[in-house]
Ligand binder design. Sequence first.
Ligand SMILES: Nc1ncnc2c1ncn2[C@@H]1O[C@H](COP(=O)(O)OP(=O)(O)OP(=O)(O)O)[C@@H](O)[C@H]1O
Ligand SMILES: [Mg+2]
Length: 259
Amino acid sequence: MLKEITYKNPLTFVVPKPYIVVNKRAEACLLMEYVNGHRFDSIFLHYLINESHKSKDILNSFGVALGEFHSLTLENLPQSSFPLTPSQLKKEVILLSENLEQKEIINKNLLHRILDFTETAQVSDKIFVTVTLHGELYFTHVFVLSDKFVLFDLHNILRGPSYFDLAMFALSIRVSLAFSAFSTRKFDPLLCSFLMGYYKNHCEKKIFESIKVAEIYVALREIMSLCYLKKIPLIVRLQNALKIQRLRHVIDQSVKADI
Ligand SMILES: Nc1ncnc2c1ncn2[C@@H]1O[C@H](COP(=O)(O)OP(=O)(O)OP(=O)(O)O)[C@@H](O)[C@H]1O
Ligand SMILES: [Mg+2]
């Protein structure tokens, strides 16, 4: 897969060059090029402290780069099972939140606010375009390398609706414990630049609201998957409890704040 992407000669991003796959019984290990780029978290911190325009420009360029990645045509990619229409997306948000309320992982108050928000939110068809998704687009899986971006950890690559990567990227920044001293909405201007880059400046207010609904969907999914993990060490259980708390906080802020 990494080779196939490199052969396409993308203009705005690269992936690490693969060298060799080492197989040992049921386990395999991929040796690849070590890429020495800038991590995204230093760029976010710079923005949070100085409100620097440079950070916004970088996010805008990353939006453009993700657009190029999404338009790749690659062989034999699996198909996602993510919701494909506004009504399916809303229905899934409602189902997941009701389920989590029954499990007492979110309270009734938050459930009702999610339902109210979802009912009135405008969701644009534009976010459902089928693309090549990274599939796990946490900001930690992206480096900045001079004027290009490096994408890591592509083992979940698949075809599916574009909102999945857009929402996952936004959510991963808001939930990061590295920025827990800051309001989760403080990243909105940066994410606005990112979406502007992705949609080539044709990014109306409805898209921002749509991605917010998608973020809630991705956050609820994450909470659900963390709840189902069994037989895990205590330390991982504690980390997951912290993650769930943070995800719940992000959802709470999203359904509260004005666009
Ligand atoms: N080829 C590389 N060159 C430089 N840094 C890399 C490379 N591959 C991965 N990294 C760094 O290591 C981190 C973890 O790598 P990766 O995501 O592939 O492993 P992982 O087992 O999925 O870990 P995690 O659960 O943290 O995502 C990446 O987020 C990236 O910062
Ligand atoms: Mg990873």
